[in-house]
Write a protein that binds this ligand. Structure first.
Ligand SMILES: NC(=O)C1=CN([C@@H]2O[C@H](COP(=O)(O)OP(=O)(O)OC[C@H]3O[C@@H](n4cnc5c(N)ncnc54)[C@H](OP(=O)(O)O)[C@@H]3O)[C@@H](O)[C@H]2O)C=CC1
Ligand SMILES: CC(C)(CO)C(=O)C(=O)O
Length: 319
C-alpha cells in the first residue's frame, strides 16, 4: 500500500460535481487526494477548486494535485470514480493505470449493474465497490462546486480479492472510516444491487421527468398530474426491484417521497447533462433496470415509455 503520512492515497477519476465534492471533503480532512481532470484542468491549475456549501462551509483548495493524464498520477490506494457511467468503458484503462497494487475502486455513480460492466474491464487484483451518493451537488463553473443538500454515501463491496476472505467487510469499514473522518456518513450495504435499486426509486422519476418536462423537482412535486406520475413511477420501480429479489424496506416510498415533497427545488444531474448537450445516463438508469425487471417477469411499462422518449430526446440533443 502506498500509504503517505496522510493515510491512504486517494485518486479522483472524473472530478466534476460528485468527484470534486467528495475529493474536496477528503482533502480538507487531511487526506492526500489527487484529481484527474479533463476540460477543467487549466482552470483548476490556475484558480484551484472551490466548494460552496451553506451547511458544510466554503472551502478553497489551492494548489490542487491536478492531472490531465493518469500516467502522471502517483499510484493510488483508493480510486473514486465519479465520471458519468457513459464514460466507464473508456475510463477502465485509466483506472488500472492510476491504481496501486490491490487498490480499491469505488464507483460513485447512479444506475444498475455498473460494477458488472466495469469488472470485466479491470484486473482481477483490484477490489471493486459501488457507492450511492445521497447528495445534491452541481458544477457551477470550472473548478467551482455548489453543494445544496445531504452528503452520505451507501457503499457495498462488489467483487475482488476480498470476496473469498470476509466478503469485503474490512474494506467497507475502511471506506466508512475515510468518509466519517471527512464528516460524512457512509453506511456499509450488504446487498449492493438492493442499494442501487433503492436509489433508482429517486432517479427514475426525477432524472427522466426533469428532462422531458424541462424543470427541477419543485414543479414536478407541485403539479397534481406530475405528482401522481412521480408516485406511480416510484411504485413501479419498487415492484420491479421486488421481482428481482430486492424487497425494499417497508414504507420506503414514503422516505423517498418525503426527501423531495415540500423541499427546495433541485435539478437532477440528467437535466444538467441535457442542458449541456452531454450524453444522458440512459443505459445505467433506465435500460439496465428495465431489462432486469422484464427478465424477472415484471415489466415496468411506465418506465419503458419514459425511457423511449428520453432516447429520442438524447439522440436529437447530443453535440
Ligand atoms: N450531481 C449530483 O447531485 C449527483 C450525481 N450522481 C451520479 O454521480 C455520477 C457523477 O455525476 P456528476 O458528478 O453530477 O457529473 P459531472 O458531469 O459533474 O462530472 C463528471 C466528471 O467526469 C469527467 N470525465 C468524464 N469523462 C472523463 C475522462 N475520460 N477523463 C477524465 N475525466 C472525465 C468530466 O469532465 P468534463 O468536464 O471534461 O466533462 C466531469 O468533470 C453520475 O453517475 C451521477 O448520476 C449521484 C448523486 C447525485
Ligand atoms: C439528486 C438526485 C438524487 C436526483 O434524482 C440524483 O441522484 C441526481 O441528480 O442524479
Amino acid at each position: 500500500m502506498s500509504m503517505t503520512n496522510k493515510g491512504p492515497r486517494i485518486g479522483i477519476i472524473g472530478a466534476g460535481a460528485i468527484g470534486g465534492f467528495y475529493g474536496m471533503m477528503l482533502a480538507r480532512a487531511g487526506f492526500d487526494v489527487h484529481f484527474l481532470f479533463r476540460s477543467e484542468y487549466e482552470a483548476v491549475v490556475a484558480d484551484g477548486l472551490l466548494l460552496k456549501s451553506a451547511t458544510l462551509g466554503d472551502t478553497h483548495l489551492k494548489p490542487v494535485n491536478a492531472y490531465r493524464n493518469a500516467a502522471d498520477m502517483p499510484p493510488c490506494d483508493w480510486l473514486l470514480v465519479a465520471a458519468k457511467t457513459t464514460s466507464n468503458a473508456a475510463l477502465a484503462p485509466v483506472i488500472a493505470q492510476a491504481a496501486a497494487p490491490g487498490a480499491k475502486v469505488l464507483l460513485l455513480q447512479n444506475g444498475l449493474a455498473v460494477e458488472d460492466e466495469m469488472r470485466v474491464l479491470l484486473p482481477d487484483s483490484l477490489h471493486l465497490l459501488g457507492g450511492l451518493c445521497i447528495v445534491s451537488v452541481h458544477r457551477e463553473g470550472p473548478g467551482v462546486i455548489e453543494h445544496y443538500a445531504y452528503g452520505s454515501v451507501n457503499i457495498g463491496y462488489h467483487s475482488g480479492p476480498a470476496q473469498a476472505e470476509d466478503g469485503g467487510r474490512a474494506i467497507l469499514e475502511e471506506a466508512g472510516a475515510l468518509f466519517r473522518k471527512a464528516g460524512l456518513d457512509a453506511p456499509a450495504m450488504d446487498d449492493l444491487a438492493q442499494a442501487r435499486w433503492q436509489k433508482l426509486v429517486m432517479n427514475i422519476p426525477f432524472n427522466g421527468l426533469s428532462v422531458l418536462l424541462d424543470c427541477g423537482s419543485l414543479p414536478l412535486m407541485t403539479h397534481p398530474r406530475t405528482r401522481t406520475l412521480v408516485r406511480e413511477l416510484m411504485e413501479e420501480v419498487i415492484a420491479g426491484a421486488a421481482a428481482c429479489g430486492h424487497l425494499l424496506p417497508d414504507g420506503y416510498i414514503d422516505v423517498a417521497w418525503a426527501a423531495t415533497d415540500g423541499k427546495p427545488d433541485f435539478k437532477p444531474s440528467m437535466l444538467l447533462d441535457y442542458r449541456e448537450q452531454r450524453p444522458l445516463e440512459l443505459g445505467a438508469i433506465y435500460a439496465a433496470p428495465l431489462a432486469a425487471a422484464a427478465k424477472a417477469g415484471r415489466p415496468m411499462h411506465k418506465v419503458e415509455m419514459l425511457y423511449q422518449t428520453l432516447c429520442f430526446l438524447d439522440e436529437r440533443n447530443r453535440r
